[in-house]
Design a binder for this molecule. Sequence first.
Ligand code: XLS
Ligand code: MG
Length: 344
Amino acid sequence: MSAFKFSVGPWNVHDGADTYGPPVRQEVEFEEKIKKFAEMGFSAIQFHDDDAVPNLNELTEEEIKEEARKMKALLDKYGLVAEFVAPRLWMDPHTIDGGYMSTSSKDREFAMWRSYRSIDIANELGCDKIVLWLAREGTLCAESKSPVEATNHLIDAINKMLNYDKQIKILIEPKPNEPIDRSICGTMGHVLAVSAATIDPSRVGGLLESAHAVLAGLDPSHEIGFALAMNKLWGVHLNDQNGLKFDQDKSFGVENLRQAFNQIKVLKENDYGRYGEYVGLDVKAMRTTVDHDRYKHLENSLKIVKALEEKVARFDYDYQKKCVEARDYEGLEMYVMELLMGIK
Ligand code: XLS
Ligand code: MG
């Protein structure tokens, strides 16, 4: 039994196309995906605005709300809820050079239109969280934008969202690079500084994705811990990453089990989820995965989270204390390794 409630995004089951090659699996219908997610034990769905309302650029504001209501009915059918809505600005031809930080005022207006629509969709879906993964917010050519202006554009954009809806909460999902070269908001520290600079810091927090922290050269459990200490950890995307390369979104724990253990440990020690927060997965199947295994990476990630929850429950805090008192960190480290290897 897990202490957590789990969430997943429909993009976590995908056709396997990447920058270098075409699809390798059949796409599955949205309804089939969420039916399977419910069977697997997920209780919430993460949405991009256009996952919830496809082709929303072509629709009026009323039509968008109407479509979102249909999506809500579909979620109800499977006993699922929406965790958040994220404007998918990086995919749009209007925001090739970013949205909120674009040098074009037209693009910035478009980014706000999509953000307001995301808030409308969230309201129809019955959730109060907007996630900003700031994929193209930063520079490809360092001299093309002022980092000062770009940061202020982001703060302005968040203030406008906070004004548009007095209940909505904004969760920034930091990432240091990719697809952008130099991001403006790369770590939890950046997120909290931006939060503090907005008109209502109490409604601006963070969502930590493990792989993004690794890409910033940081340990995800420390990023999680830092945000928890500030009461700003409102979401997590657990996954894994093999070093500093493209964002891999590997199954949770498959590259660095000790680091994965410490993420679960810090979440459990601090009773993460007590305000209804979800443990989200953001994992990709390998390109070689065959059609009928398309959910395996999700099943494996859930299994690993739950197995690590058990390891945390068995963690011997008395022994840890003794080791710390004796400064026997070699002993403590070996104890953790033995626990993870199943020797203890
Ligand atoms: C991509 C991001 C994305 C967000 C939601 O790297 O993690 O999946 O979680 O927009
Ligand atoms: Mg993510």
